[in-house]
Ligand binder design. Structure first.
Ligand code: SF4
Length: 393
């Protein structure tokens, strides 16, 4: 767009502010808007955020549990995964899980985030042996037992991210989880081709991921998903990924948050020479996410935009995601989470109040409570009258 179209953009955005749904074609223009037009886009996104959840920005105080870093996929940007024989390959024991959540409990954490590789036992006999020694047949079965352990032995609430899941596993894991997650990342099938980020990642086929997210919707599971930007997709494909999420949310109403995550380069990954998305790309994508799905929780991780992460507040996010006072970000270990006091002061400097939420957002608590049992008991004990974390500091 040129500056000649600026008034047209301004008047279009004024209509979006009053409820006009953002059309795909305009979203594709806005996600590449000029620096002159960016302030109009950001102001609109901020206004929509304020209409959705005024004055408050949330975060979840969590411990990060890398249950296993063995994974059968080889994403070009991943520094987390290991083969079974690699140095650093590790599957946490129940004692390690328990020790981490109990330390987290003392630090006021309310979320146990289980992040793990996708079905490693399908390709690594060593993983099958480990699981057998622990008394389980599959990684998902072990994960289910560890979620139960967390619920039974601590006040933390599990949020597992184990990759693709069948309907049956979604059902089983949702009975022991406050919410669940699977990043869609992208709907671009071009990234599956030779030399692209998902060439060797059978679990990153967009249709398979959309299927898991849809099945979660049919089961009414509060579900986290989102985009990973800067891994080879085009700006229009970012819009299409957001539209796919919007469509599933419109159909099932279960998307509790949409994460906009930016690729960060690391020295040991196949994509180590790949350019990172700029601050401007990130702001545009977050703002377009807010415009496309105005009534969704939009999250961006602060550690991946440090030191200027507070700029994301200008683009319409209402959540910082999981921040840990204890465990590192095992997915981006070189990017430490900001200290919670710094996060609070920078959030307040922008005029917002920082609130600690649970791994399930207040408006999705009834769906999680419907599971009943120990999960419902623990949730009831953890939530305050509004649905935020009762033990918030
Ligand atoms: S990003 Fe996830 S699925 Fe891809 S290699 Fe890493 S752990 Fe495996």
């Amino acid at each position: 767009m040129t500056s000649a179209t600026q008034p047209a953009i301004g008047s279009y955005l004024a209509e979006v502010r009053t409820g006009l749904p953002l059309a795909r074609e305009m979203a594709c223009q806005l996600i590449e808007c000029s620096d002159d037009q960016l302030p109009y886009l950001l102001a609109t996104a901020s206004a929509l955020k304020e209409r959705f959840k005024p004055t408050v920005i949330t975060y979840s105080r969590k411990v990060f549990l890398p249950l296993t870093n063995l994974c059968r996929d080889y994403c070009g940007y991943c520094t987390f995964r290991r083969d079974a024989t690699d140095p650093g390959a590790h599957t946490m024991t129940p004692d390690e899980v328990l020790a981490t959540v109990q330390t987290g409990e003392k630090l006021g954490c309310t979320e146990a985030l289980f992040s793990l590789g996708d079905k490693p036992e399908l390709v690594f006999p060593e993983m099958r042996k480990t699981l057998k020694r622990l008394g389980y047949n599959s990684t998902l079965q072990y994960l289910e037992a560890m979620c139960q352990l967390v619920l039974k032995e601590s006040t933390l609430l599990p949020h597992p991210n184990p990759g693709l899941m069948s309907t049956e596993w979604l059902r089983r894991l949702s009975a022991v989880s406050a919410s669940m997650g699977l990043m869609l990342e992208t709907t671009s099938t071009a990234l599956l081709s030779a030399g692209a980020a998902h060439e060797n990642a059978p679990d990153k086929v967009p249709a398979k991921r959309l299927h898991t997210i849809e099945e979660a919707g049919k089961l009414n599971i509060p579900f986290t998903t989102g985009l990973l930007i800067g891994i080879g997709e085009t700006p229009a494909e970012r819009v299409d990924t957001l539209l796919a999420i919007r469509e599933l949310h419109r159909r099932y109403g279960h998307i509790q948050e949409v994460i906009v995550q930016n690729f960060r380069v690391k020295p040991d990954i196949p994509m180590r020479d790949w350019p990172e998305p700029s601050r401007g790309e990130m702001l545009r994508c977050v703002a377009v996410a807010r415009l496309l799905i105005p009534e969704a929780n939009i999250q961006a991780p602060p550690n991946l935009s440090a030191p200027y992460y507070d700029d994301l507040l200008d683009a319409g996010i209402n959540d910082w995601g999981g921040v840990s006072p204890l465990t590192p970000d095992f997915i981006n270990p070189e990017k430490p989470w900001p200290h919670l006091e710094q996060l609070r002061s920078r959030t307040e400097a922008k005029g917002f109040q920082l609130r600690q939420r649970l791994p399930v957002y207040p408006e999705f608590i009834p769906a999680a409570m419907a599971q009943g049992g120990l999960l419902a008991e623990k949730l009831k004990a953890s939530a305050d009258g509004v649905g935020y974390a009762r033990r918030a500091a």
